[in-house]
Design a protein around this ligand. Structure first.
Ligand code: G4P
Length: 521
């Protein structure tokens, strides 16, 4: 029987330290509390949901991989697709956003919008993903709520439409005014914050004496917003013109249930998806899915390759034979799993919006489509502008065969972009990354998995533009510029900085030089 419960598939976008892990754990806790009928979990349990699979990852205490956390809330299935949380963003972070229907932008109340949040927001905007904003850490001193609204409107050009408005300034958090019902959602501090969300709803008349002054200030703020038309409008939200805002303290579990309710209320469910040829696959049509992430080395004992795919249409059943779009060959899905951190469970069925991890998926690549019935191919997952470039060669030349095999596989997995040119030859290709952490992953895996340690040396480039064969010809010999070719055939022109890219573009007006998404800043 297909699971017909509605789905919400989303990711949290934020700058490191804004509280993404804390919020994720609080959401997981909340879901568990609900599904396990009142069980209370201590902080030790909360930590168990944090992913850490690689030795390197453990050493650094960061999460490099992405997977999805699935839970049930109020009759809905929620898929929270995890994004890597380190400041050195890799392409994985961006790719994850192709698998979600909405995003939660988590902002630190003390810091406002920060660089990585803005970058991730740009990817959401590019893909038309609606964004809900959560201002976090309101229990600590921070910026003024109106100042934060200004910041959002100026920096991301979306109209913020607060659904709640804080009662008490940052650091003196009393709760929030629910702008849709006019109620006071009172915040009561509990030790450790590990228990169920400490929220009590009451009518305006029941606000206690001690909270009266901050309450009346919140009412003033709310009325001001109303007059200036900062109210939620569902159509404008879905069109990517506005962002609903709420105030929270993830650490204290305040706002977690409110956020879940908002996701159910406002966030879009999986919708029909257009293939490259313009044909539309409805969610109830035959099964189809696309791969947005491929990962190896999950288990050092046996080096499985796991491909994460988002189900676009139809029901998935473990064991089903699907067609792999790129090769046209059948692919047996004997093993499928849902995975978040170390907690892997076998998946028997999945529905549109769900994320499946396919084991032994040696032939699957990022962007590949799988389907049953009529063929369909979804648009490729976009590649993003690399900003870091290094040449790479085998540290031990007798291991060249292993070197070539490893580089080829990491290229196919999309761990890093591999660029080549006749001039440079095959011995030392150029690796191009969105975040420097990608180089560390390559180094680690080349040494431990492919038995070919590598030597990396930095190149002075920091900007890349798309060009073509004619561009490659014309730019040959131009100073501070080099044109290289990706394995998919695309030409990339590399420049020392974006100003040089602009200058070269003006000097060679006939040459195609296109910006790639989300980079170059
Ligand atoms: P990240 O995944 O976005 O990088 O952030 P993370 O959840 O790790 O949170 C970063 C720091 O901010 C943590 O403190 C966390 O406890 C704190 N934090 C998160 N949400 C809130 C909040 O609502 N209020 C307050 N006051 N703090 C919050 P830390 O000291 O770096 O780590 P820890 O020792 O507490 O784990």
């Amino acid at each position: 029987m297909p699971d017909t419960r509605p789905r919400r598939t989303f990711a949290v976008i934020s700058h490191p330290d804004a509280g993404k892990s804390t919020l994720t754990e609080a959401l997981a806790l909340h879901a568990r509390v609900i599904t396990e009928a009142g069980a209370v979990h201590g902080k030790g349990d909360r930590r168990a949901t944090v992913s850490d699979w690689m030795a390197m990852e453990k050493a650094r205490g960061i999460s490099i991989t992405s997977a999805a956390l699935q839970f049930v809330y109020d009759g809905h299935v929620i898929n929270l697709v995890d994004t890597p949380g380190h400041s050195d963003f890799s392409e994985d972070t961006y790719r994850v956003l192709s698998a979600v229907d909405s995003a939660v932008m988590l902002v630190d109340a003390g810091k406002g919008l920060e660089p990585q949040t803005l970058k991730l927001f740009r990817v959401c905007a590019l893909r038309g993903i609606p964004v809900i904003t959560v201002i976090n850490k309101w229990d600590r001193p921070g910026l003024s709520p109106l100042g934060l609204m200004d910041d959002i409107e100026k920096q991301i050009k979306l109209r913020p439409t607060p659904l709640t408005w804080p009662v008490g300034e940052a650091g003196d958090f009393r709760g929030v005014l629910d702008r849709r019902t006019g109620e006071f959602i009172k915040y009561t501090r509990t030790a450790g914050g590990a228990t169920r969300a400490p929220e009590v709803r009451m009518d305006a008349d029941d606000v206690e004496e001690a909270d009266r002054l901050p309450w009346s200030e919140a009412v003033d703020g709310h009325e001001l917003l109303q007059l200036d038309d900062y109210d939620h409008d569902q159509e404008r939200f879905l069109a990517g013109e506005t962002t609903p805002v709420m105030f929270a303290s993830a650490l204290q579990n305040f706002g977690v249930a409110q956020l879940l309710d908002l996701l159910l209320d406002l966030a879009p469910s999986p919708s029909p998806t257009e293939g490259i040829d313009g044909s539309i696959r409805k969610v109830e049509d035959d099964f189809s899915a696309f791969v947005f992430k491929v990962q190896s080395g999950m288990n050092s004992a046996h080096r499985d390759r796991l491909a994460y795919a988002r189900v676009v249409s139809g029901s998935f059943e473990r064991g089903m034979v699907v067609t792999h779009g790129t090769t046209g060959r059948p692919f047996a899905t004997k093993f499928a799993q849902a995975m978040f951190g170390r907690e892997a469970t076998s998946v028997e069925t999945a529905e549109p919006g769900d994320i499946i991890g396919l084991v032994n998926a040696g032939s699957l690549r990022v962007g590949d489509t799988m389907y049953v019935g009529d063929p369909i191919a979804y648009p490729p997952v976009p590649s993003f502008a690399p900003e870091h470039f290094k040449t790479c060669s085998a540290a031990d030349i007798s291991k060249f065969k292993q070197f070539r095999k490893g580089i080829e596989q990491l290229d196919q997995e999309g761990v890093v972009q591999v660029l080549r040119s006749d001039l440079r030859g095959d011995q030392s290709p150029v690796l191009a990354a969105v975040g420097p952490l990608q180089f560390e992953v390559v180094e680690d895996r080349m040494k431990n998995e492919f038995n070919s340690p590598i030597r990396l040396s930095s190149l002075p480039y920091s900007a890349a533009r798309l060009t073509d064969a004619a561009g490659a010809d014309e730019l040959r010999g131009v100073r501070n510029t080099e044109v290289l070719q990706r394995s998919d055939g695309t030409y990339l022109a590399l420049f020392v900085d974006k100003w040089t890219a602009g200058y070269v573009g003006r000097e060679h007006p006939g040459v195609m030089l296109e910006e790639l998404p989300a980079g170059g800043s």
